[in-house]
Design a binder for this molecule. Structure first.
Ligand SMILES: Cc1cc2nc3c(=O)[nH]c(=O)nc-3n(C[C@H](O)[C@H](O)[C@H](O)COP(=O)(O)OP(=O)(O)OC[C@H]3O[C@@H](n4cnc5c(N)ncnc54)[C@H](O)[C@@H]3O)c2cc1C
Ligand SMILES: Cc1ncc(C[n+]2csc(CCOP(=O)(O)OP(=O)(O)O)c2C)c(N)n1
Ligand SMILES: [Mg+2]
Length: 445
């Protein structure tokens, strides 16, 4: 429990038949006990003062917030307001800060937002709280920013960025102790710039989601869902292209939760996670987002588990949004953009299957959409359903899950792959143009 990690307890199968007796107080016997509670972990006063000095001297403070800060929402907001800071979120920390705060730039990384990229490029001070975010190329360049990090695990400190003040501590306790040492920043220009960038980015997300596709642009159901997310919803995502739209298009509000297979990045997690979410919180709405490859792999079979248990759930909203694109798109695009490899039909194409009808077979509700004009209505119907729903969307596999910034080398690889790609006729011009525009300075999609 103290380590919060997966543990295997192995018990002999006939143990329950044995009469219980206390283990002898002798060499080789192993004792255990109950009643553990987590300790308060707070850095030393002099280290807090060193951290405060760095943060007080910063003019453009960026925060990177992760899942380890989930219990510190009020403290994060208070510290950010004191420092006039902007904050990006690692993916497992997506629900930690609400996106309706104008200084929150959303997710970071390949699946992240452009404002988060800009925040890290332009800051002079980095405050990282409760995050293991693995990709240092998305953090400030070494020497550009002075760093303070807070993490419970000493081994996580300075792992992604050389921090000037690495603090071992609990996020909430440490931020609370730090707050009285921080001076109120009065210049609002840094935060004003972040808010402006956020506004442009949101408009771009909407524009990208509305771009025509064959037949449905996969960003559209996420964008429509984002506008209608119920209070206290729990979101889960699989590891296909849906993870991009989950990360970027869904705007979190206070009280929501969101997760996916983070460190392992394994396909097949979304439906099991969504079932676990309902088991833990039967009164909360739950929405899983899944690709068709991951559905075929294992998620589909778990619909039978949903059929078994759903009547026990006090809140009936349980939705599985399936992107049926007959492709392992995430990897097809990764190979196009990163390796310059055209789509390899033999490995990437997967068979069509009526997922919504499988749901009906299991006694759940099935909805199918292949018309962009009907997406919003279908999302509303799913949210209003009195039983679990599979909402299957016939999605275009040729909409690129774009990184927030694309390098010239990646654009070159993409262009050369496209020339040899069996789908070059149907890879939509609009979205292909987005890849190219993303690398040209000053140009917007
Ligand atoms: C397809 C796919 C693509 C992905 N792409 C991205 C991406 O573009 N961007 C991205 O961010 N992630 C991405 N991920 C996830 C990524 O691999 C990491 O899992 C994620 O960034 C980690 O998020 P985190 O730092 O919030 O959480 P964690 O890995 O859970 O880290 C939490 C940290 O907080 C510490 N901690 C715990 N409790 C406390 C406490 N009370 N106080 C202080 N510290 C505490 C822990 O020691 C740990 O260091 C992707 C995953 C998938 C499946
Ligand atoms: C168990 C496992 N196998 C393979 C991968 C590599 N991988 C990541 S995404 C992906 C394709 C997912 O396809 P699909 O579920 O159809 O979603 P799409 O990207 O098409 O939307 C693959 C093969 C993985 N992450 N986990
Ligand atoms: Mg697919």
């Amino acid at each position: 429990m103290g380590e919060r990690r997966v543990t295997a307890l192995i018990l002999p199968n006939d143990l329950a038949d044995e009469p219980y007796e206390d283990p002898p107080h002798a060499h080789g016997s192993i004792h255990s006990g109950v009643g553990w509670t987590p300790p308060r972990v707070i850095p030393r006063d002099e280290d807090l003062r060193r951290a405060a000095a760095v943060l007080n001297e910063g003019k453009k403070v960026a925060m990177l917030v992760g899942a380890g800060a989930a219990g510190a929402v009020e403290e994060l907001i208070a510290v950010a307001d004191r420092l006039g800071a902007g904050a990006a979120k690692a993916l497992l920390g997506k629900a930690v800060l609400p996106d309706d705060l104008p200084w929150v730039t959303g997710t970071i990384g390949l699946l992240g937002t452009r404002p988060s990229w800009d925040l890290m490029q332009d800051c002079d001070t980095l405050l990282m709280v409760g995050s293991s975010f693995p990709w240092s190329e998305f953090l400030p360049k070494e020497g550009q920013a002075r760093g303070v990090q807070i993490d419970l695990q000493p081994a996580m400190l300075s792992l992604r960025y050389p921090m000037e003040v690495p603090l071992t501590g609990d996020a909430a306790e440490t931020l609370r102790a730090l707050l009285p040492l921080l001076e109120q920043k009065t210049d609002t220009s840094w935060r004003d710039g972040i808010a402006g960038g956020n506004k442009d980015w949101r408009e771009l997300l909407e524009k990208r989601a509305q771009a025509s596709a064959d037949p449905v642009n996969p960003q559209l159901p996420f964008q429509e869902l984002s506008k209608r997310l119920p209070e206290r919803v729990i979101l889960t995502s699989d590891s296909g292209s849906c993870a991009n739209w989950f990360a970027r298009n869904l705007q979190m509000r206070r009280g929501m939760m969101a997760s996916l297979s983070g460190g392992l990045a394994s396909m097949g997690a979304a439906v099991p996670y969504a079932i676990a979410a309902k088991m833990a919180h039967p009164d909360r709405p739950v929405i899983a987002m899944v690709g068709d490859g991951a559905m075929q792999m294992n998620n589909m079979a778990e619909l039978i588990t949903v059929a078994k248990y759903w009547r026990r759930w006090s809140n009936p909203t349980w939705i599985c949004l399936v992107l049926n694109n007959q492709d392992l798109t995430e990897v097809t695009w990764e190979q196009r953009v990163m390796e310059g490899m055209p789509k390899f039909e033999e490995t990437q194409r997967i068979p069509d299957f009526p997922y919504h009808r499988f749901a009906e077979l299991a006694g759940l509700r099935g909805l199918f959409v292949d018309d962009p004009a009907k997406v919003a209505g279908a999302v509303e119907e799913a949210l209003a359903s009195d039983r679990p729903v599979v909402l299957e969307v016939r999605a275009d596999p040729n909409v690129p899950p774009l990184p927030p910034h694309t390098t010239l080398q990646q654009a070159g690889s993409f262009a050369s792959a496209l020339l040899r790609d069996p789908e070059r006729g149907s890879v939509i011009l609009d979205t292909a143009r987005q890849v190219v525009n993303a690398v040209l300075p000053g140009k917007k999609d």
